[in-house]
Design a binder for this molecule. Sequence first.
Ligand code: SF4
Length: 398
Amino acid sequence: MTMNERMTQDPEPRGTVAAGAVAAWDGVEDSALRTPRHTPPAAIEILDRAVAGDRIEAPEALLLMRETALIDLGIAADLVRRRIHPDSVVTYIVDRNINYTNVCVVRCSFCAFYRDPGHPEGYLHSKESLFAKIEETLSLGGTGVLMQGGHHPDLSIDWYEDLLRSIRERFPSLHIHAFSPPEIDHVAKVSRLSIEEVLRRLQSAGLNSIPGGGGEILSDEVRRRISPLKTLSAGWLEVMETAHRIGLPTTATMMFGHVESYADRVTHMDRIRSLQDRSLARGARGFTAFISWTYKAENTALGGREVSSADYLRTQALSRIFLDNIPNIQSSWVTQGKEIGQVALKFGANDMGSTMIEENVVRAAGAYGCTTRTEIERLIRDAGYVPHQRDTLYNLVT
Ligand code: SF4
């Protein structure tokens, strides 16, 4: 089906996404660039090729970001999503983000969560506290947990191995999705080990997969402006490529809407796609999903404005069109709110993300709270899809 055919035919039920949700983004002024109202023929031709399954290149993606009307980009992303996921199922996961420590030496200017070492509000969860959080997650039907934390100056590989072994011993079948690339890089430096040694040791201790946190924007110019002490692009990519090579699947993320340009967002996606090409060529599972979310400014040193939901939907739609080798795109209701989270399902997303029994990092900067299984299923159904719980690796939970 071409773009023109799609505009006159909609074989999929539209559902009943709240009218307020559409009103919430329709007409919102784009915070970065003016949103075009009409799509030029050159962009329609690119969209048609993408919908048909052809790969589009980075300059073409940038043209789409700059010149395509939002609705056309959304229609194309929806068609690509339907090609990759022809059924009407939208998945979600029951889990929580356990932040084992908020003590961090990196001081990213966009982060409202961290506390300096020695700060009275700094914490490091005990094993007992982590076990209780895991037990609660399992009792609510969860199959795994996501664990991430600050760059604690005193924690070396021994602490992480001991933690993983203790969890594995107590919860043998739990999926442990933990430690973003900058944390892995930090542990390697503190422990004077290579990235591969750290990953292999954590894998042996029970780690199952790695979250894509800390990707922010994979452009060093941007990274130096918002988090000058954090792992640069090459370091983030090295951790991910090594993880894929030794059999640890990962997700990929992008935190946008701060100081970067549209070109930076496309560069970020291009680097992710190139790495995924290499990993898939080696027979690895690689990135299971791409998750983009918008910068939340409250309580941060960086401050400034937040981008519009229209900008969020535009970027998410482009990710579905451009990342032709990544199977799943997650909607970010946590930063955009539940109604825009629903709308995002019409803009290329096939996954509603987590129920977020617990989330601390973006909540500290003004993001939305948690939900329940009942509510997330209702949100998906109201948007016209069939909800289905999944595990961390996107297997359906029966
Ligand atoms: S985003 Fe992560 S690395 Fe940066 S300051 Fe916050 S906790 Fe530390």
